[in-house]
Ligand binder design. Structure first.
Ligand code: CA2
Length: 362
């Protein structure tokens, strides 16, 4: 796969000014990093940067022989219809990336004239957003999927991937990201692709987060998404898999569907909001605001049908969130995996997860 990475006006200044907003990595270093991330995924990357709208349009027109685009149009994001038109005209999947959280800055930065021509917008994740964009382009190309609405809100959507042959079961995937707006379901896509290859229908869901997402909105959405898929695919043995904050939502939802859910898999799950809020580290303010809106402080496992996988050195969600539930669940404490590699099906914990799903979803 070949991907063209385009950066717009002023991004040549990266790393030289405003490091509090854009970090201290220069454009040259960033392009080197993206090249390495691409190589790790088997993606060849090409690069271009311009401060001129027409040159960006020309670069998009010239994007011959590439399979996808990643574009950070800089401030042209908020003004340029011609860049959006150029993307639509070449018909390539394009991911819009913003280093900063454009939805939490001046209101005009929240408006993108380019976004509607793109398959996804990634913002507020720092330069890591470019890596996520590469992974998203690869996952979109790997397996066809259908994005389906399950409710009235724009976040009430999910992606259904169906296996080619016999169906082994259905897995509902719930992404993490501390209930913040900038983290979306692209993080659980690699697992969805892997599980679909193994014969599972996957339902990788979005839910309300951030300003829209105080309790019970995210929980309500997860339950609605589960109701929706059960209506669409009645009788298919179902499991839930949640990462981090999605683990909290999944465990909560599984507890309300004990008749239907064959297995809950928590990947580095948050299971105790009160402990998270007390700890004072990453996510403690997010946990406190969820508690303040009425979320349950600490959750229980669903007896005999809970698998938790957690790295003992996880610095974002401490392993105690899983070990506190070791009675009534299978708790696998692993070493050297970290908080995000649990989302990588190439890592050493995955065969165990697949084996447990195989036993439970029959
Ligand atoms: O967050 C982003 O990536 C932006 O696309 C960056 C644009 C801004 O206009 C968008 O609203 C959001 C600006 C890039 C300016 O880059 C600089 C980098 C270092 C120092 C000064 C500017």
């Amino acid at each position: 796969m070949r991907v063209l990475v385009l950066n717009g006006p002023n991004l040549n200044l990266l790393g030289t000014r405003e490091p509090d907003v854009y970090g201290d990595t220069t454009l040259e270093d960033l392009e080197g990093l993206i090249e390495g991330w691409g190589a790790g995924l088997g993606i060849e990357t090409l690069f271009s940067q311009s401060n001129h709208e027409g040159e960006l349009v020309d670069a998009i027109h010239r994007a011959d022989g590439v399979d996808g685009l990643i574009i950070n149009p800089g401030a042209l994001t908020h003004t340029s219809r011609s860049i959006g038109d150029a993307i639509s005209s070449v018909g390539l999947p394009a991911v819009e990336v913003h280093i900063s959280n454009v939805r939490q800055r001046e209101p005009w930065r929240a408006i993108s004239l380019v976004g509607p021509s793109c398959v996804r917008t990634i913002f507020g994740r720092g330069i890591g957003g470019y890596q996520d964009a590469l992974r998203h382009l690869q996952n979109r190309a790997a397996t066809p999927f259908e994005t389906v609405g399950y409710g009235p809100h724009s976040d009430n959507v999910g992606d259904i991937r169906r296996p080619d042959g016999e169906v082994a079961g259905l897995v509902v995937l719930i992404h993490g990201g501390l209930w913040r707006q900038e983290y979306e379901r692209d993080s659980t896509e690699t697992l969805a692709v892997d599980l679909t290859d193994r014969g599972y229908i996957t339902w990788n869901i979005e839910y309300r987060r951030g300003r829209q997402g105080s309790w019970p909105a995210p929980a309500h959405d997860v339950v609605s998404a589960m109701d929706f898929i059960a209506r669409e695919m009645p009788g298919v043995p179902t499991g839930i898999m949640g990462h981090s904050a999605g683990g909290h939502l999944g465990l909560w939802a599984a507890g309300r569907r004990t008749d239907d859910i064959r297995l809950f898999v928590g990947l580095a799950p948050i299971t105790d909001l009160a402990a998270m809020a007390r700890a004072g580290g990453v996510g403690s303010r997010d946990a406190q605001s969820l508690l303040d809106s009425g979320a349950p402080p600490a959750l229980d496992p669903i007896d005999g049908r809970t698998l938790l996988v957690h790295d003992e050195t996880d610095e974002i969600v401490p392993v105690s969130h899983s070990t506190r539930l070791s009675t009534g669940s299978r708790t696998e404490v692993v070493t050297g995996l970290g908080h995000f590699p649990v989302l990588d099906p190439k890592r050493e914990h995955w065969p165990l997860v697949v084996a447990e799903l195989g036993k439970a979803l029959v």
